[in-house]
Design a protein around this ligand. Structure first.
Ligand code: C2E
Ligand code: SIN
Ligand code: SIN
Ligand code: FE
Length: 507
């Protein structure tokens, strides 16, 4: 980064020349660092933050060409412009100088106006080069962050305020080593009910420390940043503090932090305050922040939309399951509970999150086929006749037909078809055995039976948890342990209290 007062290294073995140049340059607001030989010049340029070099050629020990070559060989110094001080009209010197990598030449004895004009031009060029490079670096960083966001994007668990460290890392420039990025970033989310959530990130050495706002001693800083419309405010060290940020800065001050080079950016519902950049903040820094904030808000918007569509889908399935109950005895929350037991079992079996989510909303339609079973059969208080059983059992296949072949309903269809198939092959409608029965069917049969046992049916009384547990795990003649996938039955035994809890809370 360029210094605010450009620092010029003047290298000449003739002290009078150094003094002359110094007088001219200092009067124009430049800082001059003098060196009287090549070795001293190289030492200084390594230690000091130099913006430009004025380099004499004829020097004892190490001449100007050699000094120039060494500077240009060094990756970190290469961009510092070098002006060589040559003897008037020495074509030879100029060619050697170009070969050594010098940017420009000034003939001795030099003309004051020319010296100043060339220095100004080269410094301007250096500044432009630097911003070009920084823009390029930022574009690369933004690109890779975008890729990573898409790769990890999970609309069901997306939260604007978690995983902010990736964004903060980019703004701070940490992946590249801190390139003058801000030391402190505060991000706030103002939700619809106007409650704010804040996170503060602070660079401590090379570590990024994250603190939830509640842990902090200062007041809710970003609450103090006014405005519900998009707005950017930048200010740099030495600029007057914008009145709207005065309170924020005073507050940070109470924690011992002096604020300089800062950007405050509001784009509802997010707001961000980044400060103590290692350089004066400019439009580049604003662009980076805007881009990253927009990217997060974009993903939030997508996540919100997907979640809304998913909610509508779950709601529709729920409605469908309810419709199927119309002819049945009053089973209350049976359909919801079956989804919950099934999801709990699936979770216990460490099945993928997507499977758990799907079975929770799709297991409830397991009995959708009962819509085709006459109410007289469904509500019959006593045992069913053989003919009635045939109709009753067909609720599985008619459920499968109703649900059809839409890809989003594959699990629901499998469950409708197989939730009465038994592990030992004695179930219906197809007498499938063992792993021929889809996993979701093997899970749902247990969930369904537990809940049927706990409830009153027209044909049966209700049982308490202990009795239901005993019937499932030890059998009662009608139900037998061999009906269930042993692993799932094992899972049920391990987590039976959770079944009881679900039954009690969703009665
Ligand atoms: P459901 O009432 O929802 O019961 C689902 C499953 O829970 C039953 O599947 C059965 O495996 C289990 N279950 C229910 N009550 C008991 C019980 O008292 N003891 C034991 N050991 N298990 C029980 P299943 O047998 O294939 O029955 C499917 C559906 O057929 C039942 O759904 C119900 O709607 C109907 N159903 C079954 N038996 C009768 C009955 O005797 N009378 C009437 N009206 N309907 C019946
Ligand atoms: C803006 O584009 O919102 C203004 C940026 C700035 O204040 O520099
Ligand atoms: C799974 O998605 O984990 C299993 C699916 C199945 O068994 O049908
Ligand atoms: Fe059923």
């Amino acid at each position: 980064m360029m210094n605010q007062t450009p620092r010029i290294l003047v290298v000449d073995d003739e002290p009078l020349n150094v003094a002359l140049l110094e007088a001219v340059l200092v009067s124009r607001g430049y800082a001059v660092i003098p060196a009287t030989n090549g070795k001293a010049a190289l030492d200084l340029i390594h230690q000091d933050n130099i913006d430009l070099v004025l380099l004499d050629i004829m020097m004892p020990e190490m001449d100007g060409f050699e000094v120039c070559r060494r500077i240009k060989e060094d990756e970190r110094l290469r961009d510092i412009p070098i002006i060589m001080l040559t003897v008037l009209y020495s074509k030879q010197d100029r060619i050697k100088g170009i070969e050594a990598g010098a940017e420009d030449f000034i003939s001795k004895p030099f003309d004051q106006g020319e010296v100043l004009a060339r220095i100004k031009m080269l410094l301007k060029m250096r500044e432009m080069n630097e911003s070009l490079r920084s823009a390029y670096r930022q574009i690369n960083l933004l690109g890779s962050l975008g890729e990573s966001m898409i790769h990890h994007f999970d609309p069901y668990n997306f939260d604007v305020m978690t995983g902010l460290d990736l964004m903060v890392d980019q703004i701070m420039g940490r992946p590249e080593g801190n390139l003058g990025g801000p030391e402190l970033i505060i991000v706030g989310l103002k939700s619809d009910n106007q409650v704010c959530q804040w996170k503060l990130f602070r660079l401590a050495g090379s570590q990024l420390r994250q603190q939830d706002f509640e842990e902090l001693s200062f007041r809710k800083l970003l609450d103090l940043i006014p405005g519900d419309k998009p707005r950017t405010v930048c200010f740099n060290d030495g600029d007057p503090v914008p009145p709207e940020l005065q309170e924020v800065i005073d507050n940070l001050g109470t924690s011992g932090l002096k604020v300089f080079n800062a950007i405050s950016y509001v784009y509802p519902p997010l707001r961000l305050f980044a400060c103590n950049y290692g350089h004066r903040v400019d439009q580049h820094d604003v662009t980076v922040i805007k881009h990253l904030v927009m990217e997060r808000l974009f993903f939030k918007s997508i996540a919100d939309q997907i979640t809304a569509v998913e909610d509508a889908f779950a709601y529709t399935l729920h409605t469908l399951a309810r419709a199927a109950e119309a002819n049945d005895e009053d089973t209350g929350n049976h359909i919801v509970r079956v989804g919950e037991y099934a999801a709990a079992l699936a979770e216990h079996l460490r099945l993928p999150e997507k499977f758990v989510r799907t079975i929770r909303i799709q297991a409830p339609v397991h009995d959708i086929g009962k819509i085709h079973v006459p109410p007289g059969i469904l509500t019959k208080p006593g045992p069913l006749s053989e003919a009635e059983w045939v109709i009753m059992k067909s609720h599985t296949t008619s459920g499968g037909k109703i649900l059809g072949d839409h890809p989003r309903l594959i699990m629901a269809k499998k469950i409708a078809l197989t939730h009465h198939e038994r592990w030992d092959g004695s179930g219906y409608p197809h007498g499938l055995k063992g792993e021929e029965i889809p996993l979701e069917g093997r899970i749902t049969i247990l969930a369904d039976q537990y809940d049927a046992l706990r409830n009153v049916r027209p044909y049966k009384r209700s049982f308490d948890h202990q009795t239901a547990y005993k019937i499932i795990t030890e059998g009662d003649g009608r139900t037998m342990p061999g009906h269930f996938d042993p692993q799932i039955l094992q899972g049920f035994k391990a987590m039976a209290p959770r079944f009881e809890e679900i039954f009690d809370t969703l009665k």
